[in-house]
Every structure is written in structure tokens, then in C-alpha cells.
Design a protein around this ligand. Structure first.
Ligand SMILES: Cc1ncc(COP(=O)(O)O)c(C=O)c1O
Length: 397
């Protein structure tokens, strides 16, 4: 908060890039007289498929909904296990519980912050495992070659939590279009936004059909036509107790504009990441994130080296806040959340890498609308705090 009119403006942790074109697109839908899912959502799906090369792109009202549909469509059922990581947002694991299956948590690799394939290989030997759900953390690709191999060898489905990962090429494909199903998020802070929203991608037509039916009440008009020969528009059959997960046209219209800007957004995120990496490389109290060429840079997860500082991560965040810089923490691991801790009797050190990262990490602002001046203010604030609270050795060196 600004203490006086001279204090620099607060830099929020996240800020969506919404312009005139998005405003116009929404107005057009509002004036069209059709507010729910129709032509805009369909066009959004088609354009998303074109951009990513996905065979099927299905718009939904959140990535959480998309993950639920994805796991249901690949056949996860009560009593099954789904391998994922505790170092993620709760949506990744809660959808497993929606289906009365259980998450089989596997720790992350400390460099990439994505699921550790060596530990996945061990976990996949469990005969109850039905699916593998890696998270491309902050836009950093999971080790998809290894994970694909494990999934194939063990005949388990591979669903990518790509909530953070649009639009990133990975080999010949896009992240989110490698496994059996991929799920993207358009939540307000994500790499493109529709306010709330998501997209499910798959190259498997059966999975796509199931998701189409289940995202809208289990309604299947085709089944009705098949059995009655009636193409009357009001007639339909209900083939399952489906959900209400469709994306309204107002949101889809925003998404279509944002999608056109996705590569421009990525370029700006990349250039901010590059500047942070250069500027902080010389400071040994900081640990910089792994920065492969293919990275969506939804998050810039910075870590402190506690042994080099006299303050902890919480204090660092507090001091940044007092300098007008918003941050966030990704993530409080799920195994220490009371629901998961109680249900599966976890103790914090069951996943030591996730805990070590959690205790030392904070995410700094990285979004297209961040100005160069703001980027420099963030860089300077991080450096000045670390320098001020640097732990000098006893000899004074
Ligand atoms: C890793 C991850 N998966 C899934 C989700 C769920 O996305 P949504 O808010 O679109 O449901 C999020 C949201 O923040 C996320 O960070």
C-alpha cells in the first residue's frame, strides 16, 4: 500500500492483459442475444486446435472441470490410484478424489520442480494405478519422454496438467498435446485468460466424444437420432449423469482474442525471465529456476539459500511487500494440507524435495503488462533485501 503520494505504485503479483479488442468481443456477444455456449466457443476450440495442432480441443469452464472430465474419460474409477505430485495446486489432486480414486503422490525433481520420473517408475508398478498426471510447473515441461515410456510400459493413461503451459512447443508437439489428454487453464492469472475457463485436448476420438457428452449433462443427441431416426432439434437422450462444465460464449470471445496474442505474451514473459536470470545470476543467496528453451514462464519461482541469509523466506516476502512488490508462494505442498495429511496420514518429510522447495521459494511478478521500469524495481528490491540480510561468516569475510 502506498504510504504517501510519492511512494512508488504497488506492483501486484499478477495482472491480466485485457485490451479494447477483448472489450469489443464481449460487447458483441452481449448484444447478440446468445449468452451461453455456441458459435464463439466452437470457434475458440477450432482456433485452439489450429494453434496447438491438437486433433480435438474442447472448451470447458475451468481446468479443474477439464481435469475431472479427462480422468473420467480415460477410465479412472473408484479405488484406482493416480500418480501425481504434492507440489501443485489442489485442483490437480481433488479431481482424483471426485472419482473416489486416490492420489499416489510422488516427489518432484529439485531442478525442474516437476514430477521425478525415477520415482514415478517405481510407483507405476502398483497394480491399482490407472493414470499418471504430471504438472508442467509454472510452464516448465515435465520430462515427457520418460513419462510416456513409463505410461506405455505399464498401460496407464497419461494426462498432462498443462494449466500453466500454453503455448510451448515440446519436440514436434505442444505441451498438453503429448499424452492421452492435456488440460489448459484460462484462470485470470494464467498465460491467456477468459476470467475462468479451460481447454481439454486429445487426439483420441473416443475420449473426445466422452468428454463432449460429460461436459454437458451426459446429453447425447446422436444417440437419440440413432435409435429414433428423429433429427428434431428438441429431442435428446441422456446417456450418463454428466456435469455442467461448458464454457459460455462471453468467456470464449475473450479467449479468442487472447489466443491471438498468446505468442506475443510468451515473448514478453520470456524477455522478463531472461532479464531476471541475468540480473540475479551473481547473487549466491538466490537460487534461480531451471530455464529450458521451452518454458511458458507462467511463474518465475525464485528460491533463497537460507544458509546465506539471516532472514527466512516469509520475512523476505514481507520486506518485498513493504517495498511495494507483490509475490506469491507456489506451492504449499498438498501432503501438508489438513485434508490430505489426515486422510493419508502424511508427515511433512514424506516428500522432502517438495518441502525444501516450499520453505525457500517465492514467485515474483512475470506478466506481459509489467513495464521495464517495474521489472528493474523488482530486481533491485530482491537484491537490496538479500544484500542487507546477507549472513557474513564469523571471520567477517
Ligand atoms: C497446476 C494447476 N492445475 C489446475 C489448476 C486449475 O485451474 P482452474 O482454476 O482453471 O480450474 C490450477 C489453477 O490454478 C493449477 O495451478
Amino acid at each position: 500500500m502506498n504510504q504517501s503520494t510519492n511512494a512508488p505504485k504497488f506492483i501486484p503479483f499478477a495482472r491480466p492483459s485485457i485490451g479494447r479488442e477483448e472489450e469489443q468481443a464481449v460487447l458483441q456477444v452481449l448484444r447478440s442475444g446468445w449468452l451461453t455456449t455456441a458459435g464463439q466457443a466452437q470457434a475458440f476450440e477450432q482456433e485452439f486446435a489450429e494453434l496447438t495442432g491438437a486433433h480435438h480441443a474442447l472448451a470447458v469452464n475451468s481446468a479443474t472441470a477439464g481435469l475431472h472430465l479427462a480422468l473420467e474419460a480415460v477410465g479412472v474409477k473408484a479405488g484406482d490410484k493416480v500418480i501425481t505430485t504434492p507440489y501443485t495446486f489442489t485442483a490437480t489432486a481433488e479431481v482424483i478424489r471426485y472419482l473416489q480414486a486416490d492420489p499416489l503422490f510422488v516427489d518432484i525433481d529439485e531442478a525442474s520442480l516437476t514430477i521425478d520420473p525415477r520415482q514415478v517408475a517405481d510407483a507405476a508398478a502398483n497394480s491399482k494405478v490407472a493414470a499418471l498426471l504430471p504438472v508442467h510447473m509454472g510452464g516448465h515441461p515435465s520430462d515427457m519422454e520418460s513419462l510416456q515410456k513409463i505410461a506405455q510400459e505399464n498401460s496407464i493413461a497419461l494426462v498432462e496438467d498443462s494449466a500453466h503451459a500454453l503455448p510451448v512447443r515440446y519436440g514436434d508437439s505442444f505441451l498438453g498435446c503429448i499424452g492421452d489428454v492435456g488440460v489448459f487453464s484460462f484462470y485470470a492469472t494464467k498465460t491467456i485468460t477468459t476470467g475462468e475457463g479451460g481447454m481439454v485436448t486429445t487426439s483420441n476420438s473416443e475420449i473426445a466424444e466422452r468428454i463432449k457428452v460429460m461436459r454437458l449433462h451426459g446429453i447425447d443427441r446422436e444417440v437419440w437420432k440413432r435409435y429414433t431416426d428423429s433429427s428434431t432439434s428438441w429431442k435428446y437422450d441422456v446417456v450418463a449423469a454428466g456435469y455442467k462444465y461448458n464454457l459460455p460464449d462471453v468467456a470464449a470471445a475473450i479467449g479468442r482474442v487472447q489466443l491471438k496474442r498468446a505468442h506475443e505474451f510468451l515473448e514478453r514473459r520470456r524477455s522478463i525471465a531472461k532479464r531476471y536470470l541475468e540480473a540475479w545470476a551473481a547473487y549466491d543467496f538466490l537460487q534461480l529456476p531451471s530455464a529450458p528453451e521451452q518454458h511458458a514462464w507462467h511463474l518465475f519461482i525464485l528460491r533463497i539459500r537460507p544458509e546465506k541469509l539471516t532472514i527466512d523466506r516469509d520475512k523476505y516476502i514481507e520486506l518485498l511487500q513493504s517495498k511495494g512488490i507483490g509475490t506469491s508462494v507456489h506451492y504449499i505442498p498438498l501432503h501438508i494440507m489438513s485434508y490430505y495429511a489426515k486422510r493419508y496420514s502424511f508427515s511433512p518429510e514424506d516428500f522432502p524435495v517438495s518441502m525444501r522447495v516450499y520453505r525457500t521459494a517465492f514467485s515474483v511478478p512475470i506478466y506481459p503488462d509489467l513495464s521495464d521500469v517495474e521489472v528493474e524495481r523488482i530486481i533491485e528490491a530482491v537484491i537490496s533485501i538479500g544484500t542487507q540480510y546477507y549472513r557474513r561468516s564469523k571471520s567477517g569475510k
